[in-house]
Design a protein around this ligand. Structure first.
Ligand code: 5RP
Length: 292
């Protein structure tokens, strides 16, 4: 029989203090359950509300692209500076130390290589493997206006359904084919379709005119893709502008890992994304760190 002699009678239930009911820090995600929000909090820093994701998934259609020839040598030294890694399950299993405890966003679509029609993707990961690998989100490419537009949207909605079943967010990546303009009108269309169809958050490109209309018309967070390698100064200006115009972070690849000084570059990007550093100061930081 349990010993009840020492149980104290006087208890304080603080009945005059209402229980706090705080809104989740990322827009549009309040109605999700704990698991989904907990995983999103592994991707986005709850203090700044922002994220620096390092995208290294390019090999899934490009093979060993410049800067990703040896992920163990080129990328592992950078990962302590990331909030989240975006990568394939192949690289995750074969190269990334399981001690990496920040968010993992697993590339979950694939199929064609650069030699074929890129929009002809299928879902390339079983939800069980995403769970087994303890990922924070799954990423799927969406080709609005592309040849296999509907198929790619179907990939998105199937992943969203599977993810919701287990509390795993889905990142919709708006792919921009060679023939498509990356203007605000197109990006608004693509991002909004992804959000309407259930994406937990959306990755898209920056456009110089009207990017704030892309972020404001998308009801869930947007992260900016880096795109092709730019001079560091230009990439830092683009990062600043994207955050200033409503992006909740970056999911950047080549502008970090193809930089001559990737750690200096990601450190400068972090200062902009998390602390609002102006681009000229961030460039000074990059230049000072590259000398160190
Ligand atoms: C491929 C992707 C890449 O992750 C994306 O392109 C980000 O990398 P980068 O900054 O090099 O463009 O989603 O479709």
């Amino acid at each position: 029989m349990a010993d009840t002699d020492s149980v104290k009678e006087a208890k304080n239930f603080y009945h005059d203090i209402p229980q706090k009911n705080e809104a989740f820090f990322l827009k549009g995600l309040n109605s999700y359950d704990f698991g989904m929000k907990n995983r999103m909090s592994k991707i986005f820093n709850p203090k700044s509300g922002h994220t620096v994701m390092l995208a290294i998934d390019h090999g899934y259609f490009q093979g060993p692209t410049t800067g990703l020839e040896r992920i163990d040598i080129n990328i592992l030294p950078i990962i302590p500076y990331t909030d989240t890694l975006m990568l394939t399950r192949g690289i995750l299993r074969s190269v990334i130390p399981p001690t990496y405890s920040n968010g993992i966003v697993m590339r979950a679509s694939g199929g064609p290589s650069i030699l074929k029609e890129l929009s002809n993707e299928q879902i390339a990961v079983d939800i069980e493997d995403a769970i087994r690998m303890n990922v924070a989100a799954m990423a799927v490419q969406v080709f609005i206006g592309g040849e296999y537009e509907s198929q790619s949207i179907h990939n998105l909605t199937r992943l969203v359904d599977a993810g919701i079943r287990y509390g795993i967010p889905t990142l919709a990546v708006t792919a921009v084919g060679k023939e498509l303009n990356k203007d605000a009108r197109y990006l608004r269309l693509a991002c909004r379709i992804c959000a309407e169809l259930g994406a937990t958050y959306v990755k898209t490109y920056y456009c110089t005119e009207g990017f704030e209309t892309v972020t404001s018309s998308c009801p869930v967070p947007i992260v900016m893709a880096g795109g092709k390698k730019l001079p560091e100064k230009d990439a830092l200006i683009m990062t600043y502008n994207a955050i200033d115009q409503g992006a909740a972070g970056v999911d950047m690849g080549r502008n970090i890992f193809q930089s001559d000084y990737p750690i200096a570059m990601i450190s400068a990007v972090r200062e902009i994304v998390h602390n609002g550093m102006k681009p000229d100061k961030a460039l000074d930081l990059y230049n000072s760190l590259k000398k160190a």
